[in-house]
Write a protein that binds this ligand. Sequence first.
Ligand SMILES: *[C@@H]1O[C@H](CO)[C@@H](O)[C@H](O)[C@H]1NC(C)=O
Length: 387
Amino acid sequence: LLPHCPSLTKRHFKGHRDAVTSVDFSLNKKQLASGSMDSCLMIWSMRPQMRAYRFMGHKDAVMCVQFSPSGHLVASGSRDKTVRLWVPSVKGESTVFKAHTGTVRSVHFSSDGQSLVTASDDKTIKVWTVHRQKFLFSLSQHINWVRCAKFSPDGRLIVSASDDKTVKLWDKTSRECIHSFCEHGGFVNHVDFHPSGTCIAAAGTDNTVKVWDVRMNRLLQHYQVHSAVVNSLSFHPSGNYLVTASNDSTLKILDLLEGRLLYTLHGHQGPATCVAFSRTGDFFASGGSDEQVMVWKTNFDAADYGDVLKTQKSGTSVDGTHHSQVGQNHHHQQDEETIANTLEHIVGQLDVLTQTVSILEQRLTLTEDKLKECLENQQKIIQNKVN
Ligand SMILES: *[C@@H]1O[C@H](CO)[C@@H](O)[C@H](O)[C@H]1NC(C)=O
């Protein structure tokens, strides 16, 4: 096995009694929250020998969990249509509010910790204050379930993903939809902002992961690496990697700089439903239909990056197979050659066109001259007749 294989330091957390739907680390990495179809929220301690808390309160499946930026609160959304804000300590106190008229699929804190955005099967996205959970406004242009909604890192934009096959970008101040990305061939399960705020990545039931630039609203990357629906994704805080979870039971780590698959990780039995990097990026957690939560150690810090690249170049992967090239981002060199050839061809064609135009111009001039001559002749004939 490779020295930087992330699966070497995998840890299992067992306690949920149904599929895990969501995982999130606290800022200080001391705690991990998970939500499950079993209606419970669990808070796991990352220190060995510390017991986990099981929080009960939701009356139906917990679909999403997230720590507040400070780590003092955990928000959860449920099929019971409510959102709960929990204090992640022994007592597990929570406040509850009815947020939607359908399942709450997604909750997300703004990075200042002041606002919360929720997304629901009722087709709306709603924004709330965290303090007293005051409703601020809703965004309602999706025409099917909204699976996910996130604030941009600067809090000015909101991105949402829906079963109407679109990803929408919203201006939080004007509350207007500023762009719809329609390149997905299926429902869009998950979306998130790149840490820089300049890009978004979305995962869908068409098995793809797509990355768009949100300044030019342009598709940048397209990964077709999973063999089943992609349920979840998370950016590494460096912005250089993306981890994805799929119904094909694997997690995959994508190298965004190289535009290719770096690792395929096997662990879950059956669909991998959720995945999230820790806020410092040295761990990520995943959840599955197998009721398990797993924590994986990464080696993406600067010192190891060169080694990871070397590993990849040798063509070996964690699961011992050779990775074929990925999606549309395969083989840069070959692509560059193809582009150069195409450009040369286009320039050649332009030359031909230019020549053609100049020949046409000459002909036109000739024709005009001929026409003038004809007209003059005609005039002469007419004049002669009149005379
Ligand atoms: C993916 O797996 C989940 C959990 O088993 C299942 O409910 C869902 O229908 C699957 N999605 C597809 C498109 O197969």
